[in-house]
Design a protein around this ligand. Structure first.
Ligand code: AMP
Length: 577
């Protein structure tokens, strides 16, 4: 069987519906085309046709799956069908944080160009006067955090009487942040006939109860699949780097420089992303070529030929474009963003590690994409290692190693060296041989150095519902955010099930503590196993580790008795967690 004959769940699912077939207004299709979206993601394929029929929707999907468009496109579609607009909003989207309010508004603004959609983000911390004026002038879609929505309701500035759709986005996070009462209050004030869409990354009982109370005969859509995919796991080293969106390019360049792939494919979400990245990478001296869904077979073959001959080292592609390609030569797959479905991840990385060769799959994860990452881990049944982005020192070490190997090879082969002897001899009157060799190596090193090589790529932390470092202080959440400048490591096998408790330990990075030291100490000294240990955060002077609540005391006692990297520290319950 040829590798590309392998069954492919994504292709099967993706073959179901194209954007054209979802029932959206052609002007919206035009916008999506401009954005470079090639096909709807699984959650969009499932949710959009349903939403357009007016059904209530209960969607299980995390950030990174395309869920914003899944609810936003139907809202915008409805606006394209309305003759006369009212000043009162027709849609209300509730989101947990102000960052999300801004992001979702931006997305709706973009998708809504087709219908001149008037969208307003409404969140705490922003002067209310401006929001009042905008609301008074008339808005189609309000994207609000629950606290601020209540505030406007009590002032009478937010009207719910003409609402046609209510969306609860990241509902589990809203409940985790203590917004249950606010949600109840808002939902009890919406018209009977309203269409409600609830999206949540997880479906705990509290969410199904909320859905039971406020959704009418909802259709449930989910893109999650249970259990690991069976069968042959190819030999793939899977690495995850957490970087903010703004530093992805820098991280990609660093990864390429350190990994030095012979032939790599970089996956992007949209055609537009592919074009931009190809342009940028070529500008930075990489030999990159774009692969589009719209290219003819001949054009694709030509690009593949370039990759095989080494004329190109990087292919930059969308999922659609890379389908059916026979690319045995690939050494690296790089996910510029987390794929929108776990099947897509499996499919992408299945392109390396063939024929018994080791392949490398690198995924650049933005802080907010942590749940999509978890979904993939659950799907594959494997934990992905979150590693620090290679540092300037790593890059330098790699370069020096390459120089050392090249010099060694040149000396072993010894060809043509004699022609350079006069240079050595004339300099030899002034300098000693070691000095000369050092200067020559420095020149070689400087020759290979590129722009930005001396700058560290800032690391980010995974953004989680509780105590997320990237979320900033939120009055509504009432929680103290964790200190920035700490690193949050992924949990082993999706973390401990059930209740977890965060333990504070007085030793951190300054004492050389690494995640594996903590896991080792806990697994070695308590009844827990390594995989029971949840996320680990190593700060400069302290660390936090999540363990099952039932074993918290045992872990504290053990950590107070044990040395970590030769140091004795103090452990106690974390006050924040
Ligand atoms: P979300 O899960 O809504 O946060 O979306 C994640 C990212 O995927 C956003 O950057 C969107 O612009 C992008 N996106 C959403 N739908 C599609 C699609 N069908 N094709 C390509 N990119 C998409």
């Amino acid at each position: 069987m040829k590798p590309d004959d392998r069954p492919d769940t994504l292709e099967t699912a993706a073959a179901v519906l194209s954007f054209d077939e979802l029932g959206l207004n052609p002007t919206i299709l035009g916008v999506l085309d401009d954005l470079g979206y090639e096909e709807p993601t699984p959650i969009q394929q499932a949710a959009i046709p349903l939403a357009l029929t007016g059904s209530d929707v209960l969607g299980q999907a995390a950030t990174g799956t395309g869920k914003t468009a899944a609810f936003a496109l139907p809202l915008v579609h409805r606006l394209t069908t309305v003759q006369e607009r009212s000043d009162a909003p027709s849609s209300l989207v509730l989101v947990p944080t102000r960052e999300l309010a801004m992001q979702v508004s931006e997305a709706i603004h973009t998708y809504g160009q087709a219908a001149d959609t008037r969208v307003l983000p409404v969140y705490g911390g922003q002067p209310i006067g401006r929001q009042l004026r905008r609301l008074a002038r008339g808005v189609d879609v309000v994207v609000a955090t629950p606290g601020r929505a209540i505030d406007h309701l009590s002032r009478g500035s937010l009207r719910l009487d003409e609402l046609q759709t209510v969306v609860l986005d990241e509902a589990d996070e809203m409940l985790d942040m203590g917004f249950a009462e606010e949600l109840e209050a808002i939902l009890s004030g919406v018209p009977e006939s309203v269409q409600t869409m609830l999206f949540s990354a997880t479906m705990p009982a509290r969410i199904t109860t909320l859905a039971g109370a406020h959704l009418t005969d909802p259709v449930r859509v989910t893109i999650e699949q249970d259990g690991p995919t069976a069968g042959n796991t190819p030999q793939i080293r899977e690495v995850v780097y957490v970087v903010s969106r703004h530093h992805k390019l820098q991280a990609l360049a660093r990864v390429l420089d350190v990994e030095e792939p012979e032939a790599a494919i970089v996956f992007c979400r949209t055609r537009k992303d592919v074009d931009e990245l190809t342009h940028t990478m070529n500008g930075r001296g990489y030999r990159a070529e774009a692969l589009h869904g719209g290219m003819t077979q001949e054009q694709r073959d030509r690009v593949m030929g370039h990759l095989r001959s080494g004329a190109t080292e990087l292919l930059i592609a969308t999922d659609v474009a890379a389908r059916g390609l026979d690319i045995d030569a690939l050494t690296h797959v790089i996910n510029h963003s987390v794929p929108s479905a776990p099947e897509s991840y499996v499919h992408r990385i299945g392109r390396v590690g063939r024929a018994g060769r080791e392949g490398v799959a690198v995924t650049l994860v933005a802080p907010r994409e942590h749940r999509a990452l978890r979904t993939i881990e659950r799907h594959t049944g494997r934990t992905m290692q979150i590693e620090p982005v290679p540092t300037v020192a790593d890059l330098r070490a790699k370069r020096l190693e390459m120089i050392r190997a090249s010099l060694r090879e040149a000396m072993l082969i010894g060809e043509d060296l004699d022609s350079f002897r006069p240079v050595v001899e004339s300099l030899g009157e002034e300098f000693d041989t070691v000095q000369m060799a050092l200067a020559a190596i420095k020149l070689l090193h400087d020759e290979t150095a590129g722009e930005g090589d001396d700058r560290e790529v800032p690391t980010a932390t995974l953004d989680r519902a509780r105590g997320a470092a990237t979320k900033g202080p939120s009055k509504q959440s009432g929680r103290t955010p964790r200190k920035p400048n700490s690193r949050l490591y992924g949990t082993a096998d999706g973390g401990p099930g059930g209740d977890t408790t965060s333990i504070w330990i007085s030793l951190g990075r300054d004492s050389g503590v690494r995640p594996k030291d903590l896991v080792g100490a806990i697994a070695g000294e308590t009844s827990l196993q390594g995989r029971d240990v949840g996320s680990i955060q190593i700060n400069a002077r302290f660390s936090l580790v999540e363990v099952p609540t039932r074993a918290a005391q045992e872990v504290i006692t053990a950590l107070n008795r044990t040395r970590l990297r030769g140091n004795r520290g103090k452990a106690r319950l974390d006050r924040v967690g």
